[in-house]
Design a protein around this ligand. Structure first.
Ligand code: CO
Ligand code: CO
Ligand code: CO
Length: 322
């Protein structure tokens, strides 16, 4: 697909500070020396049965790319697809979930559009403000940095298990709470401490997003497999072979670039390639600020956060999982 897409016309504008050339998922357009707008959009099919919860998760996911760059969401527009055979109050519940999340983010919904489609889909197009001199991209991880992840992994495996009716209510609620949680608190802490680089972990899986950030920064990431925050049930499910197709795609695409130590358990390796829905921020921070960052995160951020590795000078592999 990339070969086809690279023939699309390219746009140049001196005020476009972050565009499509880098791996960042949001674009930044400068208004003046103190102000820039950050723009992103995302939408997807339901990952949980409860329409209100799905709305919250899809909105949290769409807002995440603004937070990953250190921006503040300001306005959002709904984008929805909905079949005419389903009761319309389901769509209302999805939109209500999205609206409540946008409210929690301190932003406003200013409109949107719905089209008829066989399968429901929902998400947001978000505009935020950002200081053009303080944009956090995924291109500035430095050798010596510590890597911190702000949400537990295993969400793609868990949503696959939800669709197969394999999860208890408790585990569904746990996964949904993690996915619906805004990356806002993590973003606030990151701006307070000052960090080198950040990305959010979504469909490309933990290692896929690590690879983008390591390559864009011309460094190697060493990932500590014993330190990863993982929702325990996802490893049990991985052992049973409940693994989404996207995880195999990610492994095929990224796997060759990863040195995987033989001691790394198969179920952890599966989780590392698992596509995440509304995952956490992966932050690269100077070592001498890392303890402060982790302590503040543990205080203010309500999802599990851990140090997951360190940044080294570029080696033979972009990623080393030990
Ligand atoms: Co995104
Ligand atoms: Co219209
Ligand atoms: Co992203």
């Amino acid at each position: 697909m990339a070969q086809v897409l690279c023939h699309l016309p390219k746009f140049y504008d001196e005020n476009l500070i972050v565009g499509m050339d880098t791996y960042d998922d949001a674009a930044v357009y400068k208004v003046d020396d103190e102000k820039a707008i950050v723009l992103t959009m995302d939408f997807f099919t339901p990952v949980v049965d409860d329409p209100y919860m799905f709305g919250q998760i899809a909105a949290a996911n769409s807002l995440s790319d603004i937070y990953a760059m250190g921006g503040k969401p300001v306005t959002a527009m709904n984008i929805a697809c909905f079949p005419n055979c389903l009761p319309i109050n389901i769509l209302a519940d999805i939109l209500k979930g999205g609206a409540d999340k946008v409210k929690e983010a301190g932003a406003i919904i200013i409109g949107g559009h719905t089209v008829e489609d066989n399968e429901p889909k929902y998400g947001l197009s978000v505009m935020g403000f950002i200081n053009p001199n303080n944009i956090i991209t995924n291109t500035d991880a430095k050798p010596g940095d510590i890597l911190i992840l702000t949400k537990p992994l295993g969400l793609g495996i868990l949503t696959t298990a939800i669709k197969a009716n394999l999860l208890s209510r408790d585990v569904i609620d746990e996964a949904a709470t993690v996915m619906a949680y805004l990356n806002k608190d993590a973003c606030d802490v990151m701006l307070e401490v000052g960090v080198n680089s950040c990305t959010d972990i979504t469909g490309f899986g933990f290692l896929g997003h690590c690879l983008e950030m390591a390559d864009a920064s011309s460094v190697t990431f060493e990932i500590w497999s014993d330190n990863l925050p993982i929702i325990k049930e996802s490893m049990d499910l991985a052992k049973m072979g409940i693994i989404p197709a996207g995880a195999y795609k990610n492994r095929n695409y990224v796997g060759k670039r990863v040195f995987m130590n033989r001691d790394v358990k198969q179920e952890i390796s599966d989780v590392l390639f698992d596509p995440q829905t509304s995952g956490g921020l992966l932050i690269s921070v100077e070592e001498n600020k890392s303890v402060q960052l982790l302590n503040l995160l543990k205080h203010k951020n309500k999802t599990e956060c851990s140090i997951v590795g360190k940044v080294k000078r570029k080696g033979n592999y972009s990623l080393e999982v030990i």
